[in-house]
Write a new protein. Structure first.
Length: 157
């Protein structure tokens, strides 16, 4: 399944639920956060809160090494699943007290299928019941396709 929205905050959660989607895998940069502002948009916060209320499980994905930013975003959104794509990330995350609640999964870089596919299996996420939401069809979209996961393309938060 392929879907498109101009903005992340306009994602149709009801339609995704009707399609049997259970897990929303959000890219962090330029999908949850604007490239020009590290703060969270209130409408993004509302989208995540509504998704949780509807029973979706939420996961953030990032290839960033900006662990303090990822920690703040996960804390602010009460998200405990974070996939990271840079080497050395697990050590840095696990050695920081701010990250003790996060479940850190395999360092697999998108769009490589063995990265995202292994991450999903380790988290108990079924490819048929998940969707990757991201701004870049060449990393987020291709990674989702190669792992057998649906993709929801957004242009900006």
């Amino acid at each position: 399944m392929f879907r498109f929205s101009f903005r992340t905050r306009d994602i149709n959660l009801v339609m995704l639920k009707k399609k049997g989607i259970e897990d929303l895998i959000f890219d962090l940069d330029n999908t949850i956060l604007s490239l020009w502002n590290n703060g969270l948009n209130l409408k993004i916060k509302d989208l995540i809160a509504r998704a949780k209320t509807m029973g979706f499980r939420i996961c953030l994905v990032s290839n960033s090494n900006d662990f303090p930013k990822m920690s703040l975003i996960c804390h602010e959104l009460a998200i405990d699943r974070l996939l990271i794509g840079r080497s050395g990330g697990e050590v840095a995350l696990l050695s920081s007290p701010a990250f003790f609640k996060f479940r850190i999964i395999y360092r697999g870089s998108r769009p490589k299928p063995w990265g995202l596919g292994k991450e999903l299996k380790e988290m108990g996420i079924s490819a048929e019941r998940a969707i990757v939401i991201g701004d870049n069809p060449f990393t987020d979209g291709l990674g989702a396709f190669l792992a057998g996961v649906s993709f929801y393309w957004v242009l900006k938060p």
